[in-house]
Design a protein around this ligand. Structure first.
Ligand SMILES: *Cc1c(COP(=O)(O)O)cnc(C)c1O
Length: 447
């Protein structure tokens, strides 16, 4: 950290909200009531909420001012044109379709691009992307680079797509290859960025085999910052310039604007293909509303247009990434096993490695997240997939200070120090389809 890069927030605070203080006894009661599922814990019983960075960020004074400028006309609202200008100038893409959040944009895209038997190829599909693909008969195949599979390896671009595997798959599939999707950054794989070189090479495959390339751009600004600071040849560029180059390699992009663009709700799909855009707009009328508002109020469109520019501010991005890195360093120093390197939006704790005494059936990630809540009212998200038991400590943008994060790290460290005593959880009632979000669990009885 150089003296020109201060370790403090590059903004001051105009509106504040109280935190949810509770006693340990209260948290025990809350957790029992919630079936040991943190998604069912009322937010005012949470001290520091690191469940997600989605829609939980703080808007700026400029964004709040933009809300008042919102034009609520049903069709052709001024606020739509403001968003359209912002998205076009960032992405260079022709058609701009607002959507109420990322998954709505994904459904519009797969409605246009999908057909039974088609396949989408990606560095990693986020779970909503996979669900949207499946809804239109498209199989989602993940092709992460091998580095991605080693959580302790601190490689700079673990969000890259495996280019050799991509080309082999595209050849094998022929006309069944519907899309190449680059998720920037790669949320389900630890928030890891993809490099510009990887994106450019994926573009070559896309061009050569005529398979459209789309960006899941929910965290494009953080990805641009990683390219600027980790990849040679980009250091002197602005994040906006890097981001525009990233978008120049795609045929379309969508965004859950609830991530990098700071808004509480919102997203968009942008694309060049006229036929796909027409199809998506037709679908949109049935699900999201008229194509100039797409499930959003005019004020939401207006604030999003401002957020899209703000998120590329160099001072902000420099602070953001450094702050998540400092949070990770506190955990690392306390001996907490984390996925290396930390992502742009979150630090992932390797619960499998920390709670070696628990088998996968004892749900180590869920058990660790519950224990962190009990210890200090910190709420985290847990992710389980074959070989992976991760707890994600996700950092909302501009909402918490460095001292909040230091406290959260101390809470996690305290749990880690007595990791061997953490009891597993067993599923009690898991509704089909939405298990992780709505499940009821209970602690395992000591053998
Ligand atoms: C959050 C997210 C989505 C889905 O967006 P929603 O706004 O939650 O519907 C899609 N892709 C990525 C990478 C995300 O992080």
């Amino acid at each position: 950290m150089s003296p020109s890069e201060p370790a403090f927030e590059p903004y001051r605070i105009k509106a504040v909200e109280p935190l949810g203080f509770t006693t340990r006894a209260e948290r025990e009661a809350v957790l029992r009531e919630a079936g040991w599922n943190l998604f069912r814990v009322p937010a005012d019983k949470v001290l520091i909420d690191l469940l997600t960075d989605s829609g939980t960020s703080a808007m700026s004074a400029e964004m709040w001012a933009a809300l008042m400028r919102g034009d609520e006309s049903y069709a052709g609202a001024r606020s739509f044109y403001a968003l359209e200008r912002a998205v076009r100038s960032l992405t260079g893409l022709r058609h701009v379709l607002p959507a109420h959040q990322g998954r709505a944009a994904e459904r519009l895209l797969f409605k246009a691009a999908g057909a039974p038997g088609k396949v989408s190829l990606s560095n990693s599909h986020f779970d909503t992307t996979r669900a949207a693909a499946a809804a239109f008969g498209v199989e989602a195949v993940d092709l992460p680079v091998p580095e991605n599979l080693d959580p302790s390896l601190a490689a700079p671009f673990k969000g890259d797509i495996d280019l050799r595997a991509l080309e082999a798959k595209v050849r094998e599939l022929g006309p069944r290859a519907a899309l190449i999707v680059m998720t920037l950054t790669n949320n389900s794989a630890g928030g890891q960025p993809a490099s510009m070189a990887n994106l450019r090479a994926a573009r070559e495959v896309s061009r050569h085999y005529k398979v459209p390339l789309f960006l899941d751009a929910s965290r494009f600004a953080e990805n641009a910052w990683f390219v600027k600071t980790r990849e040679s040849g980009h250091a002197g560029r602005t994040p906006a310039d890097v981001a525009r180059e990233m978008f120049s390699y795609c045929d379309g992009a969508w965004m859950s604007a609830k991530k990098d663009a700071f808004v509480s709700i919102g997203g968009f799909l942008a694309l060049n293909d006229d036929a796909w855009a027409a199809k998506a707009k037709e679908e949109m009328i049935g699900t999201e509303g008229f194509p100039t508002y797409g499930g959003l109020a005019g004020r939401d469109l207006e604030a999003l247009a401002v957020g899209l520019e703000e998120c590329l501010d160099e001072r902000w991005l420099s602070y953001r990434i450094a702050s998540v890195e400092r949070f990770a360093a506190l955990l690392r120093r306390a001996g907490v096993p984390i996925v290396e390197p930390p992502g742009g939006h979150a630090v992932f704790v390797d619960a499998g490695r920390l709670l070696k005494h628990l088998s996968v059936d004892s749900r180590p990630a869920l058990a660790l997240a519950a224990e962190i809540y009990l210890e200090g009212g910190v709420r985290a998200a847990s992710f389980s997939s074959p070989g992976r038991e991760w707890v994600r400590l996700t950092v909302p943008r501009r909402a918490y200070s460095e001292s909040h994060l230091a406290h959260a790290a101390a809470v996690v460290a305290a749990v880690a120090a007595r990791g061997a005593s953490v009891r597993g959880l067993r599923a009690f009632d898991v509704p089909a389809g939405a298990g992780r979000l709505l499940a009821t669990l209970e602690p395992e009885v000591a053998a």
